[in-house]
Design a protein around this ligand. Structure first.
Ligand SMILES: Cc1cc2nc3c(=O)[nH]c(=O)nc-3n(C[C@H](O)[C@H](O)[C@H](O)COP(=O)(O)O)c2cc1C
Length: 478
């Protein structure tokens, strides 16, 4: 059964030993961030802060809701010990059966309603996460919603929101995101204000899918229904023409007016480094805040992996990349984005159909929305398990020609978060990309083909020798 709301999810995590309730008072200023960071770096249960300095009893912060594979598996209502491969398969299977949301009238997120002059974002325990950040960040684990004015399609995403003042929030949404495209091409171009709603603390699948990369025009809320196997309950906002998950802990409504910008950033990011520049970025003028009684503010504390971002991308983004390649007829057998690394590096396993297929794989991915952030792609043959980091590194160290096998695209787009990029590249989102071809060249003759010296290779140990060795295994004393 899918979780009705975040509170049910938290109760289940507690049963599974995936939450640490913290009754000791914790400071919103760095202390909460430091605790989440330590918990992430050590793979510990998610901290649930019950007493926040300067805030009344009842205001809670929940850190790193999907920061371990177990927590994501539980959110998906799967076996907590499911493998990444199983989770990818399940995600793709359920995604193929989207379910429309159910619009409701009464919703828990309306228990407290503050409009106009009554709006005060500082009533929420907005954390200051890292000493190097440009401000307090309210939005680091949530769903931000905007609408295409021509089609009415509601786009869901996750973009950081820096607190500017009591009724103003910043936003950093890249121009390659659907949010960025709608904003620039459909509102700014027509000199119109764009309505925005932010749902903080909905049931867990809403945030999982908001952060995933779905193609333009695909309804994320229907996919949330598909993954849940049940319609998501949504409710109309008070002041904007948008709908939000009915059980959201906190909802923020507002608009981005043309040319209305304030200094934003920097912020420590998913790459593990603080690199984004402080510069003028759009702001959301907040018109309403609604929230549940005793609201729970969800947050991640970005930084060195493993964080929620890495965990979900290893499942959804990698599965989506695989689908992109299969749709183009490329016979890939697996795609992985190791959560311990960073999702700018993908590994693709392929049954090599023709010479230089690695080039096609890399270029198809780089041209896709889902593969936009890939700086590095490692292409291995299907005898390498792409989910096994040791096997992947072995292929890289032994099968990739140090000159011909490393192919660079010298002029490319980039995210602007890349730690290796210089100031100019970050400012204009330009960079470079590389793929590593770890497949044997098809134009080598059989005599040139290296023989894999492993137990299972019949060219090294004929089947009868393998069978005999295994049959006598215990007799050898093992
Ligand atoms: C925790 C977290 C924070 C994120 N912050 C940002 C951000 O500040 N800006 C951004 O452009 N993308 C950010 N992303 C990535 C986007 O959410 C992701 O690319 C999403 O697919 C965008 O949706 P859209 O293309 O439908 O707009 C973040 C992802 C996660 C998991």
């Amino acid at each position: 059964m899918p979780f009705k709301d975040l509170r049910e999810f938290i109760a289940r995590l507690e049963k599974e030993g995936q939450i640490q309730r913290i009754k000791e008072e914790v400071d919103w200023n760095l202390e909460a961030g430091a605790i989440i960071r330590w918990a992430n770096e050590k793979g510990l249960p998610a901290p649930f802060f019950e007493k926040i300095k300067d805030y009344p009893d009842g205001y809670r912060i929940f850190g790193s809701p999907l920061g371990t594979q177990k927590r994501l598996a539980i959110a998906m209502d799967m076996d907590p010990n499911a493998s990444v491969k199983e989770m990818q398969e399940e995600y793709l299977k359920r995604k193929q059966k989207p379910i429309k949301p159910a619009l409701v009238k009464d919703a828990p997120c309306k228990e407290n309603i503050y409009l106009g002059d009554k709006v005060d974002l500082l009533k929420l325990p907005v954390p200051f996460q890292h000493l190097c950040d440009g401000g307090r960040y309210l939005g680091t684990w949530h769903a931000t919603i905007n609408k295409d004015p021509d089609t009415g399609w509601a786009n869901w995403g996750m973009y950081r929101h820096m607190l500017q003042n009591r009724n103003t929030l910043g936003i950093e949404a890249g121009p390659y995101t659907d949010f960025g495209k709608i904003h620039a091409q459909k509102y700014l171009a027509r000199n119109k204000a764009m309505e925005v709603a932010i749902s903080i603390g909905p049931e867990p699948i809403s945030t999982f899918i908001a952060a995933s990369c779905q193609p333009y025009g695909v309804s994320e809320v229907d996919i949330v229904g598909g993954i849940r196997g049940e319609p998501l309950k949504i409710v109309k906002c008070e002041t904007v023409d948008l709908e939000v998950p009915a059980t959201s802990e906190i909802v923020i409504e507002g608009e981005i007016r043309p040319g209305d910008e304030m200094e934003e950033g920097p912020f420590a990011e998913f790459t593990g480094y603080m690199v984004t520049l402080r510069c003028p970025r759009p702001v959301i003028r907040v018109k309403a805040i609604t929230y549940r009684n005793s609201p729970i503010l969800t947050m991640t504390c970005m930084g060195m992996p493993v964080i929620d971002d890495n965990v979900l991308n290893e499942v959804s983004l990698a599965a989506d990349l695989k689908e992109v390649l299969l749709t183009r007829g490329l016979p890939v057998t697996g795609v992985s984005l190791f959560k311990e690394v960073c999702w700018t590096l993908a590994v693709v396993a392929v049954k090599v159909p023709y010479a230089n297929v690695a080039s096609d794989i890399a270029h198809v991915l780089w041209a896709s929305r889902a593969g936009f952030a890939l700086t590095y792609i490692i292409i291995v043959e299907d005898d390498v398990d792409p989910f096994n980091m040791g096997e992947v590194f072995h292929a890289l160290a032994t099968k990739c020609h140090p000159y011909k096998g490393i192919v660079r695209l010298e002029h490319a787009t980039a995210l602007s978060y890349e730690p290796w990029a210089d100031h100019h590249e970050r400012q204009y989102r330009i960079g470079a990309r590389t793929y590593f071809d770890c497949t044997w060249p098809l134009d080598w003759g059989p005599a040139d083909m290296p023989i894999k010296a492993s137990f299972n290779n019949p060219k090294v140990y004929p089947p009868e020798v393998q069978e005999k060795a295994l049959a006598k295994w215990h007799k050898y004393g093992y």
